[in-house]
Ligand binder design. Sequence first.
Ligand code: GDP
Ligand code: IMO
Ligand code: MG
Length: 429
Amino acid sequence: MSNVVIVGSQWGDEGKGKIVDLLASRTDMVVRFQGGNNAGHTLVVNGEQTICHLIPSGILHGDKMCMIGNGVVVDPEVLLGEMKHLVEKGLVINPDNLCLSEKAHLIMPYHRAVDLARETAKGEDKIGTTGRGIGPCYEDKAGRRGIRAIDLLEPDVLDEKIRENLKEKNFLLTNFFNADPLEYQPLFDKCLEMAEDLKSYIKNISFEIDNGVKAGKKILFEGAQGTHLDIDHGTYPFVTSSNPVSGGACAGTGVGPDKLHHILGIMKAYTTRVGSGPFPTDLEDDSGRYIQEKGAEFGATTGRRRRCGWLDLVMMRDSIRYNGLTSISMTKLDVLTGLKTVKVCVAYECEGERIQSMPASLNKLAKCIPVYEELPGWQEDITSARSLDNLPLNARDYIKRIEQLTGVSLSIVSVGPMRDQTIEIIDPF
Ligand code: GDP
Ligand code: IMO
Ligand code: MG
């Protein structure tokens, strides 16, 4: 097997960054395919933490080609800031280890302004977005008025597109949202300045990937967010505006599905959610607080407290189907250590009916009560375990039961944030 797709199988923050960083040592290329700097992927190497928002999580290895796909929405200011930050950390960043698709859409300051204005206007009903302009940028992409990375290299096109977009956005901001308008000239000048810094990184990445495939290179496709934040399959409208499911890897990079060999779903040993929206196994009790504190469950992008609950296998079964998961990587198993019992949701009960898949109706979902199976917990510290044999029997039984209930094998079990705090069972490559 040579190419692996990594996807989040819950509501994001499953620990994708750690697993991408771990597996990147075995690859030649790491490609992000959707989302933007709403993502926060945490890597811990030699005790030092790095958070990647836009740059693929393989970057710390130095010699991997890290690509930002056409499906990603790119805030050029954030990208340049992240590149600068990594250089300050001692990394070499150049077009030999980083490139950006010429077709990637750019997040402009008016996208951030509209995102924030829209959330403010919604009040109590807000989605709880990251405020990074993600939704409005994808809206413009679908509306066929977006600005793409390639436009940075053609000032005439850029000039016209910014003028056209500002006309509409300023009308919306001032007349509908009661917010301040944005000025044309400083925005255009800033874009030209950033174009100078970015131009050597802008490439046809579909072509680059294909060349890699033909040369027998191994490629890791890095998803952001999670399956249940998917614009089509998630808990709409409490979702992001892209397709984090594995199919997004094809549309978001220009690679054919025949080139994807192993779909690895990252699943936390429990469930978390940041932002608004339904969450059937949400815990507002001592167990929830224990998991939140022990797991340090705060958003890597916005610092918001993440809601915590038991592992939901209804969600997971949907995830397995939407993504075609080949295997699952369970993360943060160590966080469950110390609980007397651990629960997993095996079905929902809704108005007297047993449900095996998340309903599309939010009204119906709100009435779903989780049906739990309770398993004995374990008290032993497991952060030094490097094989399944090192785990206490109850932790092994928890893993085994999840494999039985999902019908998918676990390939990796993560027992701490660091690279080596990992139990590898199957190598997805
Ligand atoms: P991502 O967005 O999916 O990459 O996940 P985040 O980085 O937002 O959140 C995962 C958090 O859990 C980060 O702080 C990681 O360092 C941490 N982490 C990852 N795997 C483990 C693990 O197995 N155990 C513990 N305790 N922390 C982990
Ligand atoms: P990673 O890649 C968790 C959530 C936001 C909000 C919703 C829409 O780190 O797993 P958006 O700004 O995308 O329009 O917000 O999606 N969200 C995430 N939650 N992890 C993420 O990324 C997320 N990216 C967006 O909190 O509920
Ligand atoms: Mg995250």
